[in-house]
Design a protein around this ligand. Structure first.
Ligand SMILES: *[C@@H]1O[C@H](CO)[C@@H](O)[C@H](O)[C@H]1NC(C)=O
Length: 245
């Protein structure tokens, strides 16, 4: 889709560059307010000055300097290029629905509550409540201790963009573990029908650690088994080559 535009940009650069300190750039925009009102725009700049622009509403290139007007006229007479621009406009329109779908949807966060080392803290313990891969950005992560809101010793990151429209956030609670205490992380988000509670369970964590160690051991065993099998096969294959009178 972009090949034509890149050629065009290079062509313009070659036409315009004389000294070494010039700078050209192209801008492709797919603008819309609704599915019916879509404009596909290609703009070609040279040293920040707009030289040529394609606007799908007009269906043609427009030049903004004497020379650029000549070039635009030439481009408008190329059926191949015009066909390509129509294709680009179509592509722009067809992608809008998926963008609108994404904007209207919400994606539920996956939440993980775990303890980490609290280095340099006046409290020996620290819990992290992490919400991953949610959309839209707005979210609320709060804490309860024995059913009461916790406001002090809580810090949080911003909503961090993953770069794929989804976000993550991490809320930290510094605390001194006391037996029988109930600590809960609450997540509120548009994707949820109500606040979702995640209760801290220290036993659960040690259980998880045991499972992790067990799994690692099992994997190591499997690796040795496979290596053993490979050796066994190799040796057997070697024996086949020996003629058995
Ligand atoms: C494209 O052309 C239409 C119709 O002339 C105009 O309303 C619109 O502003 C133009 N868009 C751009 C980005 O120049």
């Amino acid at each position: 889709m972009r090949v034509y535009s890149l050629f065009l940009l290079l062509f313009l650069l070659l036409l315009c560059s004389r000294a070494d300190a010039f700078f050209g750039h192209g801008l492709v925009r797919c603008q819309f307010t609704s599915l019916e009102d879509v404009v596909y725009v290609e703009q070609y700049y040279f040293s920040k000055f707009l030289l040529i622009q394609y606007n799908s509403t007009l269906g043609k290139f427009t030049g903004y300097t004497e020379r650029a007007i000549d070039i635009a006229d030439g481009l408008n007479k190329s059926p191949d290029l015009m066909r390509q621009e129509k294709k680009n406009e179509k592509k722009c329109k067809s992608h809008i629905q998926s963008v609108l779908d994404l904007l209207s949807k919400s994606v539920e966060p996956s939440v993980r509550l775990r303890s980490v080392d609290a280095a340099g803290s006046k409290h020996p313990g620290m819990l992290v409540c992490s919400a991953y891969n949610f959309y839209p950005k707005q979210i609320r992560v709060t804490w309860l201790r024995n059913g009461n809101n916790v406001t002090s010793d809580v810090t949080s990151t911003e909503e961090l963009p993953n770069g794929n429209w989804l976000y993550q956030i991490h809320s930290y609670l510094e605390f001194t573990p006391r037996p029988g205490e109930k600590i809960t992380c609450i997540v509120e988000h548009a994707s949820l029908t109500g606040p979702k509670l995640y209760e801290w369970d220290p036993a659960n964590e040690s259980q998880r650690n045991k499972i992790a160690v067990g799994t690692a051991g099992l994997l190591l065993g499997l690796v040795f088994l496979v290596i053993g099998l490979i050796y066994y096969k190799k040796n057997n294959a070697g024996q086949v080559l020996v003629p058995t009178s």
